[in-house]
Design a protein around this ligand. Structure first.
Ligand code: NAD
Length: 360
């Protein structure tokens, strides 16, 4: 979802269930947040992070699990929204015992929550968690998993960007458009490939010299600029934040020359009100959680038994969803981020309600 200023109180945030888990011996301290199971079991990754306090960990899991409910609803998945955080430094405390203890807590929820990777957890960790629970996705290919989720994340971002381009310029093709990619990591690299294939001109930046070297070697036609500020101020048509959150803030939005923003980074809007600032400047923002849903579509597909073609087809539909959100935003006179939230809430209510029809 767009921006959610969390309180630390699950009752006021409307979460269904928040579970605190502890295994003293292995050092596991985890919180699993289930925002909604209206559309199905809650799906969302496990963030392993050294939060400054338990309150910070709780605030994060409440925000993230709510965001997943909106993302999964708009991705057309029969899945609700959840997320988990493990509180601690993964470099210091991650161990087989800790991950397996965590897996047992996930299992204890009986399938109300499916976990996956997030910041600080990797495919190999999910394979360990899976030794204790059936309710885990994002596993390695050799264990029937989908592998690297950035492939379909980038594909979905590209589809969302095409819908935004069509809305603004009447044509979904990016041919001849100058697209600024901030962050040439896993997603940014694949996205750059799709853009070049479509005939776009790519201007890019990254703080990591290795990422820059990769682009120089593989896509020498890409123009590299010094940093994200230079990219924002550059003569670009589309801005694609693919690094960290908060890319759209009080400094960047007034300087931005692009007419469209569509990128992979989570939580691009630095605070509530930025979506209005973008709209006032005539910049079309394709909501991050709509266009970056390809990754969750990919891992969700594992629950059925992973099929790449089926997952790619689903990620391609991000084009249609983005179009619908932009149409709704115009019709209702609201920024796209607000229209997206409304559409997600409508699906959770309309489809979620059907469970009231009793079966056997
Ligand atoms: N990988 C996925 O499937 C997926 C799914 C949904 C959302 N996302 C989000 O998309 C973003 C990118 O994900 P990723 O998997 O490519 O991560 P990544 O860590 O592989 O890549 C991020 C890149 O951004 C660069 N970077 C960091 N700070 C920067 C800055 N200030 N300016 C320019 N570059 C900077 C890093 O050096 C790195 O190369 C993240 O915000 C992530 O949360 C990823």
């Amino acid at each position: 979802m767009g921006v959610f200023a969390s309180t630390d109180d699950p009752v006021s945030t409307g979460h269904e269930q928040v579970v605190f888990c502890q295994d003293k011996q292995s050092g596991l301290k985890a919180i699993i947040g289930i925002y909604s199971t209206a559309l199905g079991p809650a799906l969302g990754g496990t963030r392993f992070y050294p939060y400054a306090s338990e309150d910070d960990a709780l605030a994060d899991v409440l925000d993230l699990s709510r965001g997943m409910a909106y993302k999964n609803a708009l991705a057309g998945l029969d899945l609700g929204g959840g997320k988990a955080v493990i509180w601690g430094d993964p470099e210091q405390i991650k161990s087989e015992a800790l991950l397996r203890a965590y897996g047992r807590f996930v299992e204890s929820l009986g399938g109300r929550y499916y976990t996956a990777c997030d910041v600080g957890t990797y495919v190999a960790d999910m394979d360990v968690v899976a030794r204790e629970t059936r309710y885990v996705t994002g596993r390695s290919v050799e264990h029937g998993g989908a592998g690297d989720s950035s492939i379909l994340t980038a594909w979905g971002v590209f589809q969302g960007m095409r819908a935004a381009a069509e809305h603004v310029w009447g044509n979904p093709s990016l041919q001849g458009r100058r697209v600024g990619v901030a962050g040439l990591g896993k997603v940014g690299k694949y996205l750059t490939g799709h853009l070049l294939d479509d005939g776009a001109e790519v201007v890019a930046t990254d703080v990591n010299p290795k990422a820059l070297a990769w682009v120089r070697a593989n896509h020498p036609q890409v123009t590299l600029v010094d940093d994200a500020s230079a990219l924002v101020a550059a003569d670009i048509d589309v801005y694609a934040p693919c690094a960290l959150g908060g890319a759209l803030n009080d400094d960047t939005v007034p300087a931005l020359r692009a007419k469209v923003v569509a990128g992979a980074a989570n939580n691009q809007l630095a605070h509530p009100g930025i979506e209005k600032l973008l709209a006032d400047r005539g910049i079309l923002y394709a909501p991050d959680y709509v266009v970056n849903a390809g990754g969750v579509i990919q891992v969700a597909d594992e629950i059925e038994g992973f099929n790449f073609d089926r997952a790619k087809l689903r990620a391609t539909r991000i084009y249609d969803t983005t179009r619908e959100i932009l149409r709704l935003a115009d019709a209702e006179g609201v920024p796209p981020a607000v229209a997206a939230d409304r559409l997600a809430e409508r699906r959770m209510a309309d489809v979620g309600r059907l469970r009231a029809i009793h079966l056997r």
